[in-house]
Write a new protein. Structure first.
Length: 283
């Protein structure tokens, strides 16, 4: 929905997954390097399933919000009385959330007995990003120059993330591509927040002037400041991920709950009965 809350909701969606990936992928990479000769961690599939479930539920929440806010379309696409489309911006945002919801469902089904093709989860993320990009690309901004410029900058992050994720379909578990995707999602999330403050000031009043060329120049520069801050955040999260496996004395995947965990608990001192050996008869 074209409001501060709607742009902030979209920003939170992309920030959530971008920040999560900036921790998950470095941690996964360092754990795999540390345990190169052992089996992969059992926690990685669990994290992927939780991530897919969260993505699907978040997308469902976005769809419901876009449709059933007080001034929303309420599942009405075309009004026969007025002969006009009803809140097409809400429908476009709902379509974006719909494709990310499909991606979340595939993330969960990838670990089901269905045995989906490898790379299908990344392909659905790429399809969702392309759908998002084309929805914003061909949206009619009604001559609002600054609004069009804001979303044109957003499209840089969207299509770059789409092509990056498409490469991941063929280059599975490539740490550089995964980190690039995470950084571009963080950029998308923070830029949606920037759009919210520029077009829909939370304290009321008109948004920034659409005709001032200084605003366009500043926001172009600000876009790359956003990316610089996102890269800095990723460096901090990557450092945390590096320190985590090195600082843990016991790796979670090396602990068996039934056999190894009791051995980690403190034991009481007890007397050990001597071993009774069978006496042999001497002739």
């Amino acid at each position: 929905m074209p409001s501060f809350a709607g742009s902030a909701l979209q920003g939170n969606f992309f920030l959530l997954f971008g920040l999560w990936w900036s921790i998950k992928y470095p941690l996964k990479y360092f754990l795999q390097r540390r345990n190169a000769e052992s089996q992969p961690s059992r926690w990685i599939p669990c994290m992927d399933i939780i991530e897919g479930t969260a993505k699907a539920f978040f997308a469902l929440g976005g769809i419901l919000v876009e449709q059933f806010v007080p001034n929303g379309p309420h599942m009405t696409l075309y009004d026969d009385k007025t002969q006009h489309w009803v809140q097409l911006m809400n429908w476009q945002n709902m379509t974006m959330y719909l494709f990310y919801g499909f991606s979340g469902v595939v993330d969960v089904l990838a670990y089901s007995p269905l045995k989906l093709p490898v790379g299908l989860d990344r392909l659905l993320v790429a399809v969702a990003l392309f759908a998002e990009g084309f929805l914003f690309q061909f949206h009619d901004y009604q001559g609002a120059a600054l609004t069009s410029h804001l979303y044109s900058l957003l499209l840089i992050a969207v299509f770059a993330a789409a092509f990056c994720t498409l490469l991941e379909v063929f280059l599975r578990d490539h740490i550089l591509l995964e980190l690039l995707r995470a950084s571009l999602f963080i950029l998308q999330g923070s830029w949606f927040w920037q759009i919210a403050f520029v077009l829909y000031p939370p304290l009321g009043g008109p948004g920034w002037s659409q005709e001032d060329y200084g605003n366009k120049n500043f926001l172009t520069m600000c876009f790359f400041w956003h990316y610089a801050v996102g890269l800095l955040v990723m460096c901090i999260n990557g450092s945390f991920s590096l320190c985590c496996p090195n600082g843990c004395s016991v790796s979670l995947e090396d602990v068996d709950v039934e056999l190894d965990l009791p051995s980690c608990l403190p034991r009481r001192k007890r007397d050990v009965d001597p071993v009774l050996l069978p006496q042999t008869s001497t002739e």
